[in-house]
Design a protein around this ligand. Sequence first.
Ligand SMILES: Cc1cc2nc3c(=O)[nH]c(=O)nc-3n(C[C@H](O)[C@H](O)[C@H](O)COP(=O)(O)O)c2cc1C
Length: 269
Amino acid sequence: MKKVTAFVGTARKKHTHYAVQKFLASLESQGDVECEIVALTDHKLEMCRGCKNCFRRGEEFCPLKDDRDLLIGKMMTSDGIVFATPNYSYQVSATMKAFLDRLGFVFHRPRFFGKTFTSIVAQGIYGGAKIVKYLDFVGMGLGCNVVRGSCTTALDPMNERERGGIDRVAVEHSRRFHSGLSQPAYPVPTLLKLFAFRAARTSMRVMLDESSRDYTYYRDKGWFESSYFYPTRLNVLKTNAGKLIDYISLRNARKQSAACKASDPDSGT
Ligand SMILES: Cc1cc2nc3c(=O)[nH]c(=O)nc-3n(C[C@H](O)[C@H](O)[C@H](O)COP(=O)(O)O)c2cc1C
């Protein structure tokens, strides 16, 4: 039985909520899945103050006391993760953005490997497709295996045609996601993912030191030496691409580090 948790960033139990419910009901009907909806508005989420303590010293040094760790715990115990939001001014809602900012350190130190991620966006008219792309990119940054998300459109009040559209999208999307849940949890990385890993670890190694949690996290996980975040078998093409990325990103990181030191000896990320 796989656990799927949907984190929903809307104050209303209307269109986003409806789309999520339909998606999860369809997902459960395909078997071996149990679902939970987590309304972010039922949780305390403070606004990030930008101190970067989480990046430099560790997330436990965050001055904010809220439900961040409880929500991360729910993500950790899920096999599938859904981020759902209404389209607000061509972006995610402020509630969803507050949540993403509270997860900021995870984009430096990804940890949700083996989990399947997708996104659901509800909108009135236009702009949601880009938000789906954004959230799917966020899912990749968290370390998840991403299944393309969906965007549904309906005005207030929703009419029957719009309702039918949401229902149809929910079924198609849930089929994709159900299939994603049964794929290997630790796939061989795509070239894009390999690039992101190699470039990030080179920056960490060159630009940071033992005083930074980002650095010690990578070091303690063995990520400075490994092929990827988790054990995997790269083919010849990817092995060589990885070496090339290491080489180019090392050159770039050294240049960047020298430029940073020249402009501000106390600078950090
Ligand atoms: C502040 C605000 C901004 C919005 N901006 C957009 C927008 O840029 N594009 C759009 O298509 N709909 C926009 N909408 C409409 C919502 O996306 C739409 O009503 C959505 O279904 C709301 O989700 P909910 O029913 O879960 O609250 C906006 C709504 C609000 C309240």
